[in-house]
Design a protein around this ligand. Structure first.
Ligand code: NDP
Ligand code: 8X3
Length: 251
């Protein structure tokens, strides 16, 4: 039977690339994000390959999340794969200069949002004794770097929630996996630097950064292993990166 995946943050970067790869591999899609025009465009593109439903909601608001997921038509209600990908960094400031709105956006989006979406979908997986949750963490969830403070804390929380889900859902036969990328060239830095695209570009200059398709490929590999195989935790760097802070820009 064809599987259905719900992908949060499908309007750009890693989520969009994952949607594109899943579509051409016969997986039905529920694509989520806030930017409706991007969701509609992707739906149009991918409907040639598979069934696609779109849901517009902001993961920070639980009521929006629950209403959106409750609104799914019958043919999309059975979700086999949840990709908890939505998230961003907002700002790169020392803790003493941090902006409270940025902190709220990161904690509410990256942590609480992931929980709200999971809460809406896990019960049906428990009931069926079957399901796959892929949490997109970050190297920032394994190591803290200068000025990363709250973003790193949000991704450390994702790392902890991944382990917590894995433990609690073990008795329900549900697979749980976290993928922790290093530097991936997406809209991530544009968002972090609030539209300062010149500054954003410098993050990926001087070396070959990971591309969103590289992470999509790994997500697809993980979800297509035989059911008795669960890859629990993966760190993925560009070859030029050795840690959260060491990147060889002169290779
Ligand atoms: P992008 O900025 O390209 O994509 C982020 C996606 O998340 C967008 O589709 C955006 O959709 C969605 N999103 C953000 N905030 C919300 C919200 N409040 N409600 C709903 N959707 C939201 O970045 P990436 O593809 O790089 O990021 C995807 C994930 O990968 C994030 O969790 C990020 O932390 C993680 N990551 C990224 C790395 C990188 O270097 N790029 C490295 C490690 C991890 P919309 O704006 O339409 O709502
Ligand atoms: C994104 C990677 O190094 O900018 O999570 O935090 S990093």
């Amino acid at each position: 039977m064809q599987q259905t995946a719900l992908i949060t943050g499908a309007t750009s970067g890693i989520g969009k690339a994952t949607a594109q790869l899943f579509a051409t591999n016969n997986i039905n899609l529920i694509l989520c994000g806030r930017r409706i025009e991007k969701l509609q465009k992707l739906q149009q593109e991918l409907s040639k390959f598979t069934k696609v439903h779109i849901l517009q909601f902001d993961v920070r608001y639980n009521e929006e999340v629950q209403n959106a997921i409750n609104s799914l038509p019958d043919e999309f209600k059975h979700i086999d794969i949840l990709i908890n990908n939505a998230g961003n960094a907002h700002g790169l400031n020392s803790i003493q200069n941090g902006n409270i709105d940025d902190w709220d956006a990161m904690i509410d989006g990256n942590v609480k949002g992931l929980l709200y979406v999971s809460k809406a979908i896990i019960p049906q997986m428990v009931e069926r004794n079957n399901g796959f949750i892929v949490n997109i963490g970050s190297i920032a969830g394994k190591d803290v770097y200068p000025n990363g403070n709250v973003y790193c804390a949000s991704k450390f929380a994702v790392n902890a929630l991944n382990k917590g889900m894995r433990i609690d859902l073990n008795q329900h036969n549900i697979r749980v996996c976290a993928i922790h990328p290093g530097l991936v060239e997406t809209e991530f830095s544009d968002v972090r630097f609030k539209g300062d695209s010149e500054r954003a570009k410098t993050v990926y200059q001087g070396y070959k950064a990971l591309q969103p398709e590289d992470i999509a490929d790994i997500i697809h590999f993980v979800v297509t292993r035989p059911y008795h195989v669960n890859i629990e935790d993966l760190i993925v760097y560009p070859t030029a990166q050795a840690s959260a802070t060491i990147v060889n820009k002169n290779a």
